[in-house]
Design a protein around this ligand. Structure first.
Ligand code: 4AD
Ligand code: MG
Length: 486
């Protein structure tokens, strides 16, 4: 057996008692021809491995370069040097893999996040990214733990689908037809009957519709999987491939839905603070350092940990779309024409600058916006009976978006339209073909129930918790317009 090592994180939790151990990892630095700072990915804290002078031959010492991988065995003793309580006095050091210092792309110095994005295959070897990906793991684990404890079932909805759940039309096609010469119908359109599935298919934009099928039998389900959107949005908050968590609950209305979402978000933040404080402290320091470059008024009012604790200890602000429009219209920001998109009135869609104004300037806490105009939301949302034509207000739907400071929209969800006749009417006006959705409509035909659900963008959540400003830095290999490297 090769692997009889102790992980550095586990070792550092012990007392140095001359125990004999084997560690393996990558050399971060080697100084004074004697001190190796060894990292094995379990923690950002390196283990000092001491190669006593005279004990190892020069050839071996020359190969202890940054990112070389080694196996070291020896005795753990208290360290006399400052900065660490223990060190490993090596008896044997074996080079597992050399790393040519001349060509290794990362130096033991600070690199920009942009530079590291181009070296995404190696950026896990930096403290920042190691912390981000350990926190991402902790959050993913907390997601499953939360829903499991609540009796939800993890449902795997399809990645390839023939439906366009959001009706947004920004989908990646999936086909085996030859692109240079696809079979055509008489009218010149592509004949998908000859395609692999016998119909046009795409990568899923959301597992919700299938999730509803599960919830209306199993009660409470959630999905947690990749979703794909071919939106040409080159922003710090959009990916073409992102992970979404979509719980769907039978016998829930909009308020139940909002309560669950708030509890869920607080739970996973709390779990990360409890179980990965070391990495969060590192990321908090990184963020504070980064913000030192900014002018005073652009800096966050709270540090990362303080912000997370604030979110845990305060209720999210709940208000309706209509109330939000009133606040925005009356704001000085609007009156001084500082919005790029002015507030034109009830019925307009909110831009991210409006959402961020509400969250960051007005309420200074997470916000749950509810009951949006029906005309700007998806077909499946429950119609409220509140149209007021005299005030220029049409129907709203039982929608909710959760907006987070620094991020904007982090959750989108709704109570679903459970009434077959209302749903059919809505689909007609929105040009959604009812024949193709027969399976979805069957849930409304056979024992329909009030139900609701939401989608949390996992990367946006990871951004919020880690304080990373760009979504490309919280997913291992980001997929964005014109970029699918690695
Ligand atoms: O608001 P969205 O489009 O809602 C849905 O897909 C619903 N079917 C969810 C449901 O009710 N089950 O997306 C949900 C969340 C957004 O709030 C955002 O956090 C994230 O998914 N999201 C993205 N994250 C990264 N890149 C993108 N291009 C995203 N688009 C949406
Ligand atoms: Mg949305």
């Amino acid at each position: 057996m090769f692997n009889k090592r102790i992980k550095i994180k586990e070792l550092l939790a012990q007392l140095p008692q001359e125990q004999q151990v084997t560690v393996m990892g990558w050399v971060r630095t080697f100084r004074n021809n004697q001190f190796i700072a060894l990292n094995d990915g379990s923690t950002n804290t390196n283990l000092q491995v001491v190669a006593q002078l005279g004990k190892f031959d020069e050839d071996l010492l020359k190969r202890l370069t940054t990112s070389a991988s080694i196996k070291a065995t020896g005795i753990v003793v208290p360290s006399l040097g400052k900065g660490q309580k223990m060190e490993l006095k090596a008896d044997t050091i074996e080079i597992l893999g050399d790393s040519d210092a001349e060509v290794y792309p990362l130096q033991p110095k600070k690199h920009s996040l942009e530079f590291l994005r181009e070296k995404a295959h190696l950026r896990f070897r930096t403290n920042t990214f190691a912390s981000v990906f350990r926190v991402r793991h902790t959050l993913a684990f907390a997601v499953h733990k939360f829903f499991n404890e609540k009796g939800f079932f993890y449902l795997h909805t399809p990645i390839i689908t023939a439906s366009d759940a959001e009706g947004a039309g920004e989908m990646f096609h999936v086909t085996t037809l030859p692109l240079d010469n696809p079979p055509k119908n008489d009218d010149g359109t592509i004949n998908y009957k000859e395609d692999f599935f016998g119909k046009a298919t795409n990568l899923t934009v959301s597992g919700q519709l299938e999730g509803e099928l599960g919830a209306t039998a199993l009660g409470d389900i959630y999905t947690f999987g990749p979703t794909f959107r071919a939106e040409n949005s080159n922003t710090a908050r959009h990916l073409a491939e992102f992970w979404m968590i979509e719980p769907e609950m039978a016998f829930y209305d909009l308020e139940d839905n909002a309560n669950l979402a708030e509890e869920f978000i607080k739970y996973i933040i709390h779990y990360a603070l409890e179980n990965n404080r070391e990495d969060l402290d590192f990321l908090a320091a990184r963020l504070a350092d980064e913000e030192k470059q900014l002018p005073q008024d652009k800096r966050s009012e709270m540090g990362l940990i303080e912000k997370l604790e604030f979110v845990l200890n305060n209720d999210f602000q709940r208000l309706t779309y209509t109330e939000a429009i009133d606040i925005l219209r009356e704001s000085n920001h609007n009156k001084k024409k500082k919005f790029q998109y002015p507030i034109t009135g009830w019925g307009m869609d909110l831009q991210s600058e409006h959402e961020r104004y509400l969250v960051e300037k007005h309420f200074k806490k997470p916000v749950i916006l509810m009951n949006y105009p029906a005309s700007i939301k998806a077909f499946y949302m429950r119609v409220n009976d509140d149209a007021n034509p005299a005030e220029g207000r049409g129907n709203t739907v039982a929608a909710m978006d959760i907006l987070a400071p620094g991020i904007g929209e982090i959750v989108g969800g709704s109570q679903r339209e459970a009434r077959l006749d209302v749903l059919l009417e809505k689909m007609k006006t929105m040009d959604i073909p009812a024949e193709e959705m027969w399976w979805y409509l069957d849930t409304r035909r056979f024992g329909t129930v009030p139900h609701a659900g939401f989608g949390l963008g996992f990367e946006r959540m990871v951004q919020f918790v880690t304080g990373m400003g760009n979504i490309r830095d919280v997913i291992a290999f980001p997929r964005t317009p014109k970029s699918a490297e690695f």
